[in-house]
Ligand binder design. Sequence first.
Ligand SMILES: Cc1cc2nc3c(=O)[nH]c(=O)nc-3n(C[C@H](O)[C@H](O)[C@H](O)COP(=O)(O)O)c2cc1C
Length: 369
Amino acid sequence: MNGLNGSLGSVAIALRTLADPWQIGDVEIGGRVVLAPMAGISAQAFRRQGRRFGAHLVCSEMVSACGLDYGNERTHDYLRIAADERPLAVQIFGGEPDRMARAARMVVDAGADIVDINMGCPVRKVTKTGAGCSLLEQNGGDGACRIVEAVADAVDVPVTVKMRRGARDGSMTFLTVGPRLVEAGARTLTLHPRSAQQMYTGVADHALTALLVEAVDVPVIASGDITSRLRAEAVLHGTGCAAVMVARAAQGNPWLLQELATGLDVEPSNDEVAAELVLYAQAVAREMGERRAVPYLRKFHGWYLRRGRFDRTLRAELGATRTLDDIKRLLYAAAPGACQLVAARAAELDVDDPGDTELGLPVSIYGGG
Ligand SMILES: Cc1cc2nc3c(=O)[nH]c(=O)nc-3n(C[C@H](O)[C@H](O)[C@H](O)COP(=O)(O)O)c2cc1C
């Protein structure tokens, strides 16, 4: 592993596995696989699917505290929290303590089990407002601490922080600010050990995660380049982190979550890939309506089709669809066994009657970053 001493912490944590339960504050988490927050991706359907495939904790994409506070039309969409996606962390972002505290109360009232604060977003439209990754660097982290204190005072659920290593390449800001965030009330820290400057280039240096684990007495979640069970176990054991978080590798690949959670190598057939994409598309359409679902789903087609052996033209054909029925028709033509699988799974999941579990609460989802 990148820069990590292979024996680091291995004696003390030799028995820790991805299936071991742990806690964030008093919230019980059934295992050590966490599905990451991803703006534009982590819709409710994505989180529920993640839980169904074995992720032990899921997180909403980042929600704008400003948008919540102003009752902004675009921001005030519907976050539907279903019983089967809990425990759920809702992530908020913003640069003003009072506003963040009010936003935190709103998401907790809506049913969030954990409030996560974004201190990692490197996107300029977020950092220029004093939010995201820029918080870590302001006045030696004073602003970040004030936000954690204000949010922790405002809610009675655990408050957590997700951050990058710092703004610039080589930054070690996480190591000075991390312990202060814990003093301010953060019950868990997630580290994506890249700088904001790096965006997604290079590798996530989990030797830094090991340093943070040593420096704080709360659980640390490791985010970045968790792409296989081997890698997940190496990071878990090599750093002493409490859990691993999966983001890009889970896009269109819920089977990876299953592999991490169960230890079983999963190779879905064409029928299973197509069936899962249909189930996912149906869930997304139910959540956000067909008009928004079809463009949202476009990026998922390619991600899913990577898992099977499909005709090259299928991706382009799916990209040109305008309705859910067209998506289904193309997928069933390409993988004829998928239709039966969908019928069987739909009955198991009772997907046509989600009303019992979905609360339909008026909290917003922000699609930026
Ligand atoms: C499309 C996309 C959207 C993201 N949105 C968020 C977000 O809303 N909040 C956040 O804390 N991190 C966000 N991230 C960062 C991921 O949660 C994760 O830390 C990062 O991608 C590294 O993990 P990976 O190598 O497993 O992808 C996003 C990443 C991607 C690729």
